[in-house]
Design a protein around this ligand. Structure first.
Ligand SMILES: [Zn+2]
Ligand SMILES: [Zn+2]
Ligand SMILES: [Zn+2]
Ligand SMILES: [Zn+2]
Ligand SMILES: [Zn+2]
Ligand SMILES: [Zn+2]
Ligand SMILES: [Zn+2]
Ligand SMILES: [Zn+2]
Length: 441
């Protein structure tokens, strides 16, 4: 092949590659038009995702607050792929058998947990049994039955706990080459040292001697460091007092979170040691206390966390505007929040605020707002002169009535009322009963 032909081929390949990329839905198209569950009809036209804020332009709520369908979360699957999350192959075969009369006896679920493998001949029967028990212990309201509320909640939790933009550079707003490299390092590090997925099994009580201290000489409880040994020993002592079996009794390992014994299904997290296990209901992020979605955990200091909280534990700042991790040394810190320098913008009109005067809105998010937008969206109007009370001006507020400091005067004699006595009549302040009477004449 001569040189020009080769160039033509490589150009063609490049073009094909681009076409393929364009076929993928852009992130701001996923879920477009879905109504907001919080704002209802106030979100006119439905979800219209801001290009980098990850909130709706129409109503300012998060994407997840909108009535999303499972396919609107497609990008989450790509992130699971990056992490290497296991998708058990019995997913399409498993049908949950309910004991509840109100719902059909067997139901398809959206997800099944990975089951600890054995070399058992009856492996598939066992997988079925463990999966069924895991869901029973989790509670039927939390089972992600196809198209159920729990199935949607699962997707919503996934995008909160494992934000796609924490793991996939193409979900971020225009990363520089340096930032993309930093993100790759972070993802590699997390995969290698922190990420894990729980596996489930059913506890099988172990037989121990009735009086292990005498019978076996030095008795070492079968627990690893990191447990609350006192609680475990007390538990063990109680168990021993209640012995009814002749010379052996059955004990089970306690749950890492609630320290109660596990007698049924449990979740095991390999990264925390071979005896670390939890009740299905107790497998939660140590920080935000949410059930860890799809048993995906991030191990830090011998505890389990969600991906969002892991980044915080690793002291990586998160931009309060775009929700992405900040992977450069320079960033803006304002009102206890971190921002990419380029994202420190007015919450309403996106004008850059670096070096500008701005105000925080009154929400828990402390969003920065430019003075123009503040006047437009938030400023109070003086009930005396009917002009806006700018954030830079001093004002007086009596419940829902507002005045400029200089306008807060007696409605009859114009005496200044700041620091003095006053009374309100028909939303007008007066210095005395006499002035009220005079004004009424
Ligand atoms: Zn909304
Ligand atoms: Zn909306
Ligand atoms: Zn527990
Ligand atoms: Zn968490
Ligand atoms: Zn940002
Ligand atoms: Zn603005
Ligand atoms: Zn005024
Ligand atoms: Zn007066």
């Amino acid at each position: 092949m001569d040189q020009t032909a080769f160039q033509a081929v490589s150009k063609l390949e490049l073009k094909l590659e681009q076409n393929r990329k364009q076929k993928k839905k852009l992130k701001h198209e996923l879920g477009a038009g879905r109504p907001c569950l919080i704002c209802k009809e106030k979100c006119v036209g439905g979800l219209n995702l801001h290009f980098w804020r990850k909130i709706c332009i129409n109503c300012k709520c998060r994407k997840e607050n909108h009535d999303l369908r499972p396919e609107d979360y497609d990008e989450q699957l790509e992130v699971f792929e990056i992490l290497g999350v296991k998708i058990p192959d019995h997913k399409n075969l498993f049908k949950y058998s309910t004991k509840n009369q109100k719902i059909p006896t067997t139901q398809q679920v959206d997800w099944v947990p990975p089951v600890l493998s054995t070399n058992d001949d009856n492996a598939s029967k066992r997988v079925e049994k463990v999966t069924q028990q895991y869901f029973e212990d989790l509670g039927e309201e939390a089972i992600p039955f196809k198209d159920s509320e729990a199935a949607i909640k699962r997707k919503e939790l996934a995008s909160m706990q494992i934000p796609p933009h924490d793991f996939a550079p193409e979900k971020c707003d225009n990363l520089s080459e340096f930032e993309a490299q930093q993100l790759k390092k972070y993802v590699d590090n997390v995969k290698k040292n922190y990420f894990g997925q729980g596996q489930v099994d059913i506890a099988e009580p172990k037989a121990v001697s009735k009086n292990p201290f005498k019978a076996q000489g030095n008795f070492v409880p079968p627990y690893r460091a990191g447990h609350d040994l006192n609680a475990i020993n007390n538990n063990l002592a109680n168990n021993m007092q209640n012995l009814t079996i002749d010379d052996t009794q059955l004990i089970t390992l306690p749950c890492r979170a609630c320290v109660e014994p596990i007698t049924s299904a449990y979740v095991k997290a390999e990264r925390l040691g071979k005896d670390a296990q939890w009740h299905p209901k107790c497998f939660k992020c140590k920080k935000c206390s949410q059930l860890l979605v799809d048993l995906i955990y991030f191990h830090f200091d011998n505890e389990i966390y969600c991906g969002r909280d892991l980044a915080e534990l690793m002291k990586i700042p998160r931009c309060a505007a775009c929700d992405e991790l900040i992977l450069v040394p320079e960033y803006t810190f304002a009102d206890e929040r971190n921002y990419h320098i380029k994202h420190f913008c007015c919450f309403h009109c996106d004008v850059q605020l670096a070096g500008q005067q701005y105000v925080s809105d009154d929400t828990p998010n402390n969003n920065p707002v430019c003075l123009k937008c503040y006047d437009h969206y938030y400023a109070n109007v003086c009930s005396c002169c009917t002009k806006i009370i700018a954030p830079t001006e001093q004002g007086v507020s009596l419940k829902d009535i507002h005045f400029h400091m200089n306008c807060f005067n007696c409605g009859y004699c114009q005496k200044k009322l700041i620091g003095g006595r006053f009374c309100l009549r028909d939303r007008i302040p007066f210095c005395s009963a006499a002035c009220v009477n005079s004004a009424n004449m």
